[in-house]
Design a protein around this ligand. Sequence first.
Ligand code: NDP
Length: 509
Amino acid sequence: MTETISATEPAAAGTPTFRHFIAGEWCDSSSGATFESHNPADRRDVVGRFQQGNAADVAMAIRAADTAGPMWRRTPAPRRGEILYAFGALMAQHKERLARAMTREMGKVLTEARGDVQEGIDIAFLMAGEGRRMAGETVPSELPDKWAMSVRQPIGVAGIITPWNFPMAIPCWKMMPALVTGNTVVFKPASDTPHCATLLVELMEEAGFPPGVVNLVTGSGAEVGDAIVGSPDVGVISFTGSSATGKSIAAKAGAKLKRLSLELGGKNGVVVLADADLDLATDGILWSAFGTTGQRCTAASRVIAERSVVDGLLERLERRTRALRLGSGLDPSVDVGPLINEGAVDKVASYTEVGRGEGELVLGGDRAEEADLAHGHFFQPTIFSRVGAMDRIGQEEIFGPVLSVIPVADYGEAMLALNQTRYGLSSSIFTRDVNQAFRAMRDFETGIVYVNAGTTGAETHLPFGGWKETGNGHREAGHVALDTYTEWKSIYVDFSGRLQRAQIDNQPG
Ligand code: NDP
């Protein structure tokens, strides 16, 4: 391993090489290999070279995290919180630089990239406060002269495996609660966004996390991710990504009885009832369907509308979608950026082929390759009408700018269609009828429900996560996020000076 003083020393003219961060040092992979990260809006733009990590690098990072563990867990939680706070403040100070770097590497338009950074800041500040809360319970004992209470304790080393679609927010959502509760971290970011991850870890170093508390290893999921999941020394894994990868991680972690938090796919629906404000519904649907080019786990990919308003809604959606401008997210006049990579374009294209056989194509349906767009991974925003609730494009996660409109007779049919999916992350309803709104809040089988808003826009102080195959019951964000990263310890202190038997000595006879 070669130690260097900076993460960003240029190794070849023009293209900087970035390093792992292990035990407080920026270092090369023992593999000696690197990989490139590209701008998805223009493949000719190489963001940097990154270490192609391997199992030996992961072992070193886990050892560093394990070694730092006792020191970090004994650091008072309010002090840990202060370091989180310093990190959040640094993110705020560097917000514009971080957002621009994110747009370049991941593609989302700059306003959304700023929102992604802001989510990171919000969770850093929220979790910094947990350093002074982190409440357990103190309850009366059933016996005299006895004290009963519970406290949270860290699990140990947390493996953090993240996707590319929220390349700063999601790592922060995971690392902040892990760290404030006293765990140490081995962080493996998506191979499409290693620069975003490196920038975050640079700021974490500057904020004052001690050496070994945060470790970054870049490289493939198959090698780096798998080594983290397989290590007996990693006590908890937090993963966001595809259902297929989530299930394989769950099988491996389950065999070792590891704590595992999974945040997987979605097939989120917007219900539009006949009394809805159609202009407002159109705003919400467009933002949810085509924001981040449809690559959010909360993206709306289904609109379930009462038949009497389908034509009016489709007319509005089509007119507004035709006006969307595609291009580099760094250009302020652009509405929709590229997809993340060529594989994503192929996946979306194959689903639009399926859609042509199932519904009626309203607009879009092809790669966007005019002029400069040909250098990037662009796909036209696409709408299908007359889709059936059980059609493949109405059921499977496409993760791109493809919207299916499903006509229904009434609220009851809409509710059934909304719930007839294996996922359960987010949903929304547009109606002016308060009774219908409350029925939806009761009936929709999703972890998040919006009324008169689209399916995206979660705030960091409420639980985030889904029902059914969207996850495995854990939640991110909010104070419940602490549950993933802590063990409960119940403590009984008997100061009676004699043996007192619970359930026996306090019972008559
Ligand atoms: P993956 O689930 O494959 O990747 C997510 C993360 O897991 C990445 O860091 C990846 O590393 C890592 N990983 C991959 N394989 C393993 C493994 N065997 N063990 C441990 N870690 C692993 O998603 P993709 O990026 O390939 O996207 C494919 C589809 O997944 C999308 O089209 C979308 O449907 C869904 N997805 C959903 C997201 C959500 O927010 N719920 C986010 C991203 C994707 P590496 O990048 O090196 O492969």
